[in-house]
Design a binder for this molecule. Structure first.
Ligand SMILES: Nc1ncnc2c1ncn2[C@@H]1O[C@H](COP(=O)(O)OP(=O)(O)O)[C@@H](O)[C@H]1O
Ligand SMILES: [Mg+2]
Length: 303
């Protein structure tokens, strides 16, 4: 069992009558990359801001490396969801400035800036003005900024959500490198982003924990055989009646497509085909597949 770096215990944040984070508990393991996944408004930013010490929890405990509710800011690097840069500064000037704000000497800041620009792949652009940077370059500079004081935990709030596919790729690759150096917690509303880099996933919904597991564990538990049936007409009544077949575990219907999760593919295939013939269901496609984590995510988020 890997040691925990951060323990979050029954964290609550209310804004007036609104509860943004409710009774949230999870662990961040040392050296792991954890994705905080949830739809817009789920409470991701609020959670990260509490962890970063920028927002005071209404109640609950945050233990960092064994220390309870202390000032953890020096151990944490944070890239906000909408970072603001001084466009007239060069990348290098910006990092030196940030280093000095973090109480490094000018010399240390310059050294650190060079090292980080190398790490995030901006060494060639170090003298260029930030104003001319692409979205991906800005995010990478933001990640460098969050690393300036060698934090034990780097938190990135939706680091790829606003990027085009090229920028997204750049930042995902960058996070893979970063993973080798530090513990990462990043938020996203896109499961695919989480699947690409994280070891652990924490899914939240309406401020509450919906599911937390390792990516490997999630795959093991939630990947099932499915039968996908498309029809020329609405399948709702018929498809719902399939749940009486013993090997049918679950049926979801979207328009004229039914996705049927089954435990024994062979038995289910025969039973369903027989039923189709018997009831003269106007089927246009009958397909075998595997459920994806996307299905799990949609289910958790919608329920
Ligand atoms: N400063 C605030 N004042 C009032 N409500 C807020 C504030 N910040 C966030 N909220 C509310 O808390 C909920 C969670 O927001 P947020 O943490 O930003 O979600 P996410 O980052 O997952 O999209 C939302 O309903 C949002 O409107
Ligand atoms: Mg947010």
């Amino acid at each position: 069992m890997t040691e925990s770096l951060v323990s979050i215990d029954k964290l609550v944040k209310r804004f007036g009558a609104e509860t943004a984070v409710n009774n949230l508990s999870f662990e961040i393991k040392k050296g792991s990359c954890t994705a905080l996944l949830g739809p817009n408004g789920a409470g991701k930013t609020t959670t990260l801001r509490m962890l970063a010490g920028l927002l005071h929890p209404t109640s609950g405990k945050i233990s960092f490396d064994g220390l309870e509710n202390g000032d953890n800011r020096k151990y944490i690097g944070y890239l906000p969801q909408h970072p603001v840069f001084y466009n007239w500064m060069s990348a290098s000037e910006f990092l030196v400035y940030v280093g000095e704000l973090a109480h490094l000497s000018k010399k240390e800041s310059q050294q650190k800036a060079d090292e980080l620009l190398e790490l995030v792949g901006l060494a060639d652009a170090k003298k260029k003005k930030i104003g001319g940077f692409s979205g991906g370059m800005k995010q990478r500079l933001g990640i460098a900024q969050a690393m300036i004081h060698e934090p034990k935990l780097v938190m990135l709030d939706e680091p790829v959500s606003a990027l085009d596919p090229v920028g997204r790729r750049e930042v995902i690759e960058m996070m893979r490198e970063l993973k080798k150096k530090t513990t990462i917690l990043f938020s996203t509303h896109v499961l695919h982003d989480a699947e690409e880099v994280c070891d652990d996933i924490v899914i939240i919904r309406k401020g509450e924990l919906a599911l937390s597991d390792s990516l490997v564990g999630l795959r093991k538990k939630h990947q099932h055989d499915v039968i996908i049936i498309e029809s020329e007409s609405n399948l709702t009544d018929w498809a719902n009646s399939l749940t009486t077949i013993p090997t049918v575990q679950d049926v979801t219907i979207a328009g004229t497509t039914a996705t049927i999760i089954v435990t024994e593919l062979e038995a289910a295939r025969i039973a369903i085909l027989q039923d189709i013939v018997q009831k003269k269901v106007p089927v246009s496609t009958f397909k075998i597949g595997q459920s994806s984590l996307e299905d799990v995510f949609m289910k958790v988020v919608r329920s």
